[in-house]
Design a protein around this ligand. Structure first.
Ligand code: GLU
Length: 290
């Protein structure tokens, strides 16, 4: 009987040692969904709170104004939550900056994320996605009087700003690193401040985000969106790998598109910025859940 007992003791030590490493990002499965609030079968009149990660600083998409939350991401999330049985008063909005989204899902800090969150194979290694519910494209924001940049081919010798943990910053590092400097900030609003101050020549991220930032009163007339998108960003609903929500979220997104609510949410939140979605790619068709 001694040997098995020793084996158990050693296993316990090994488990503790492994536990101490969890959270380092090496073993996402260990932590994913730890605090998950609900499962997908709680559809009508679900109890408790649904914690939804959004941006707080992207006008027209995810924006906090006192105790009000507005934007297209917020509208889609609210519609989806309702179909899952969660009324607006049951939603807890949580700020989900670009660089923290995967970790927040893996640690169970949120149940889902609607935050201009592109579906990528790399992110799919650690989190799951429902959707897509919108397709944007990476673009450039420059000073209103700057005619030297009309697309990514004009970036040589330019200083750029983007956000840590975004596909936008990654694409600059992967494809346009030669001859460019990249300043990374926690959010796009900080990048626009740097552009207006003349610290950088351009801000780069998705066109729909840039259009919203360009249209706020403080920036009007000072900056312009170049309008030459150079990627396809499929906005997904971020979920923990072990989440049960995917099928229900996809059904809700499909219904939102079919009943006209998707179009009105887009018009109401993004229309005023003058942004024109790519009509060949929108509205998208949801992908099958993994
Ligand atoms: N859609 C891109 C991404 O998911 C850029 C926008 C963002 O940072 O939220 O990284």
């Amino acid at each position: 009987m001694r040997a098995p007992r020793l084996a158990i003791a050693l296993t316990a030590v090994a488990a503790l040692t492994l536990g101490a490493c969890a959270g380092g990002g090496d073993e996402p499965e260990e932590t994913a969904g730890a605090g998950g609030a609900a499962t997908g079968d709680e559809t009508a009149g679900a109890e408790g709170t649904l914690r939804i990660g959004i941006k707080f600083d992207q006008p027209g998409l995810g924006y906090q104004d006192g105790s009000d939350y507005t934007g297209f991401d917020v509208a889609v999330a609210t519609y989806v939550a309702d179909k899952l049985g969660y009324g607006e008063e049951q939603i807890e909005w949580v700020q989900a900056p670009s660089a923290q989204r995967e970790t927040m899902l893996q640690n169970g800090q949120v149940d889902m994320i609607f935050a201009t969150y592109s579906i990528t194979d790399k992110r799919k290694e650690v989190v799951a996605f429902a959707g897509p519910y919108f397709v944007a494209g990476q673009d450039l924001l420059v000073a209103a009087d700057d005619d030297s940049i009309s697309g990514p081919e004009d970036l040589e010798g330019k200083n750029l700003c983007s956000v840590t943990g975004s596909t936008s910053a990654q694409r600059i590092k992967d494809e346009y690193a030669a001859g460019t400097e990249l300043l990374e900030q926690p959010g796009y609003a900080e990048c626009v401040t740097a552009l207006v101050a003349g610290t950088v020549d351009a801000v780069t991220t998705d066109d729909i985000i840039l259009a919203g930032l360009a249209s706020v009163a403080a920036n009007e007339g000072k900056v312009k969106v170049v309008g030459n998108p150079f990627s396809e960003e499929n906005y997904g609903v971020g979920l923990a790998k072990d989440s049960d929500f995917c099928e229900d979220v996809n059904a809700a997104i499909t219904e939102m598109i079919e009943d006209g609510s998707w179009q009105s949410a887009l018009d109401d939140n993004v229309g005023a910025s003058g942004y024109q979605p790519n009509e060949e790619l929108n509205p998208p068709t949801v992908e099958a859940c993994a």
